[in-house]
Design a protein around this ligand. Structure first.
Ligand code: NI
Length: 170
């Protein structure tokens, strides 16, 4: 396992839908373990494969706090099969540095996926887990939370980000 580099906006892989996983094999589980280590080190509550430059439908999540952390959920080929209600939460993203913004999402989601043994898994979630699932699954479609903020906020962020990147290059 190793901590991986987290790619940031506007890396093109962050804006493209990811490929389906054919089967859960050892290298993919090792990748998920490295992603979990990267998520804890960041620290963050979720990480999707494209954020570490991998074009696969895989996310790792741990929304627990402090000493309860350390049992990440691995989801292979996750998809939302039901959603209901509405909630607003101030989100951030490891791939969108220096931005937090209110995002409206479903309050409850049901997600189906494969677990690390390749067995089907269903998660019925509300609260922070429901928000995190939607945020991470968006990554697999090439969508960032930045796409869900107001057009003005998005435009200002893009401008600020490109300026910062230019400065970093100089
Ligand atoms: Ni994110």
């Amino acid at each position: 396992m190793a901590i991986m580099k987290i790619l940031t906006y506007p890396e093109p892989i962050l804006s493209r839908p990811c490929r389906e996983i054919v089967s859960v094999e050892r290298p993919l589980i090792e990748l998920a373990e490295s992603m979990a280590e990267t998520m804890y080190a960041a620290p963050g509550i979720g990480l999707a494969a494209p954020q570490v430059g991998v074009d696969q439908r895989l996310v790792v999540i741990d929304v627990k706090r402090d000493e309860e952390r350390g049992n990440p959920i691995f989801l292979f080929n996750p998809r939302i099969v039901a959603m209901s209600g509405e909630t607003v939460y101030e989100e951030g993203c490891l791939s969108v540095p220096d931005l937090v913004a209110d995002v409206t999402r479903a309050a409850r989601v049901v997600v189906e996926a494969w677990d690390r043994e390749g067995n089907p898994l269903t998660i019925d979630a509300d609260g922070l887990l429901a928000i995190c699932l939607q945020h991470e699954l968006d990554h697999l479609e090439g969508r960032l939370f930045l796409d869900k903020v107001s057009p003005l906020k998005r435009a200002l962020y893009k401008k600020r980000r490109l300026k910062q990147l230019k400065k970093d290059e100089a």
